[in-house]
Design a protein around this ligand. Sequence first.
Ligand code: ZN
Ligand code: FE
Length: 254
Amino acid sequence: MLQVHQFPCLSDNYCFLIRDDATGCVACIDTPDGDAIARQLDDLGWSLDWILNTHWHPDHVGGNTMLKARYGCRIIGPAHEADRIPGIDQTVDEGDEVMVGECRAEVLHTPGHTLGHIVYHFADEHKAFVGDTLFALGCGRLFEGTPEQMWNSLSRLREWPDDTVIYCAHEYTQANARFALSVDGDNPALRERAEAVDAQRARGEFTVPTTIALERATNPFLRADDADLQAAVGMSGAPLPDAFAEIRRRKDAF
Ligand code: ZN
Ligand code: FE
């Protein structure tokens, strides 16, 4: 069993500390804030064996050097952007496996937000750490990749089993919900979820993690091949990934 300890970092990042119960092995998914992570580890009485980075952006690797110096942990990160991951010890790419104690993650290469972005899928645990590729009701901005690359990446995550728990790296859900309603407001599942998200945020609760089933039903970026949504954005019958590109373009301008 993999325990997940989630906490907010910086203005809107989440950090995840994960611990394999059987061995006590601990890993940190991305390092938005080294000091905050060290404080959490100390409070939990956990050490740190691994850092698993998803991509090179500073709000994901900023604590690498400090945490490595303090805990002597090893750093695993994406092969295609290894030169931009501080302190990296081991690169991984599509199809590679990462072990946290006895828990196994499969690595998927999901270009789009950045060209080298990877995600970690602990299939036996029904958990995935997706960085800035997929958000609750959203997806990462296309800083480096093309709409086609991002659509292909998201389409692969969409295939995961319904109960896969999705740990995204930011709390963007409420703003994402407003945009989603602007393009997919006739979707009853989305309307219901948007209300639930407003209530959660009003209570100060996290809206992350989510599940892939919920995203499949309500996330406009996973629904770019839905006929009603395509019609709503004037892209009926458009080839994919053009409909996806149009939804992403509208979000960037929203
Ligand atoms: Zn990023
Ligand atoms: Fe980020």
